[in-house]
Design a protein around this ligand. Structure first.
Ligand SMILES: NC(=O)c1ccc[n+]([C@@H]2O[C@H](COP(=O)([O-])OP(=O)(O)OC[C@H]3O[C@@H](n4cnc5c(N)ncnc54)[C@H](O)[C@@H]3O)[C@@H](O)[C@H]2O)c1
Length: 265
């Protein structure tokens, strides 16, 4: 007997989807989710090996190596998207880096700029390229990955938290701007997701505060209502729901998928 699909069984046949940073972690799960729902999927990532593997594993997927913090690279990517998919109906702005873990006096301006450029400015670049295609199609859907750190305070991670709060301002304002054109814009705010990144972040925090990674993970989860991490498929399924006919009345919203995070450690 074949294994059941972990993805929501919505029909997105004919939809053309771009997922930034779609070759690892949450983005990869989102890309595979859209593909399982019949959409044509284009992924980009700066990790060349991960892009190659993702395209090898998913024969019908399109993709390229692109740094989405670079506006010229994003423009070139959307030219390729137009050649290969003919346009964009759904954009998932997933790319995001953790940024520095440090007190305000220790943050370097290069690290600050890199965090804002990847986590926030990239979303402007990709939306600017996608919206003309959505206008031609008469509708569209944009999903921006924020974080529970874009809803709560996060000491020692101020650049990341500020960028992720910025994503919410971008989402709500763009939703109001594009609503009359039937282009919906929403944000997903994941909690602690069971990924390599979660383990990287907890390892760095452990070093910063002189603790062990195990203690930091337990500490992070001690203030989560359900005391567990979220799976990447939980995030992917929320994106699929928002993109489907069932999410057609939802725009300008920030949806937490976090098993109940009300405090960041
Ligand atoms: N993992 C979590 O616990 C968590 C929690 C809340 C929010 N998020 C958000 O979800 C999104 C995905 O997170 P993840 O955990 O899958 O991260 P990840 O670190 O596992 O993967 C991120 C991917 O982004 C790519 N990338 C980095 N900079 C890029 C750039 N400039 N251009 C293109 N690709 C780039 C990396 O190569 C990597 O493949 C991010 O926006 C992140 O902030 C994650």
């Amino acid at each position: 007997m074949s294994e059941a699909s972990p993805f929501l069984p919505v029909n997105l046949t004919g939809k053309r989807v771009v997922v930034t940073a779609g070759a690892n972690g949450i983005g990869k799960s989102i890309s595979e989710g859209y593909q399982s729902c019949g959409a044509s999927v284009f992924v980009c990532d700066i990790d060349e090996a991960a892009v190659s593997n993702t395209l090898l594993e998913n024969a019908n997927m399109h993709g390229c190596v692109t740094d989405v913090s670079n506006v010229d690279a994003v423009n070139a990517m959307f030219n390729q998207v137009e050649r290969e998919l003919g346009g964009v109906d759904i954009l998932v702005n997933n790319a995001g880096i953790a940024g520095p873990t440090a007190g305000i006096t220790e943050i370097l301006s290069d690290e600050l700029h890199a965090t804002f450029a990847t986590d926030l400015e990239s979303m402007f670049h990709c939306a600017r390229c996608s919206v003309p295609f959505m206008r031609s199609a008469g509708e569209g859907c944009i999903i921006n990955l924020s974080s529970v750190a874009g809803r709560l305070s996060f000491a020692l991670r101020t650049p990341y938290s500020a960028a992720k709060w910025g994503v919410i301002g971008f989402t709500k304002s763009l939703a109001l701007e594009l609503g009359p054109e039937k282009i919906r814009v929403n944000a997903i705010q994941p909690g602690h997701v069971n990924t390599e990144r979660f383990r990287r972040v907890t390892a760095i925090k452990a070093k910063a505060v002189g603790s062990t990674q195990k203690e930091i993970e337990a500490d992070f989860l001690s203030v989560v209502a359900m005391r567990e991490t979220v799976e990447t498929t939980d995030i992917a399924n929320t994106a699929l729901f928002l993109s489907s006919e069932y999410g057609a009345a939802i725009t300008g919203q920030a949806i937490s998928v976090c098993k109940g995070v009300e405090m960041m450690r």
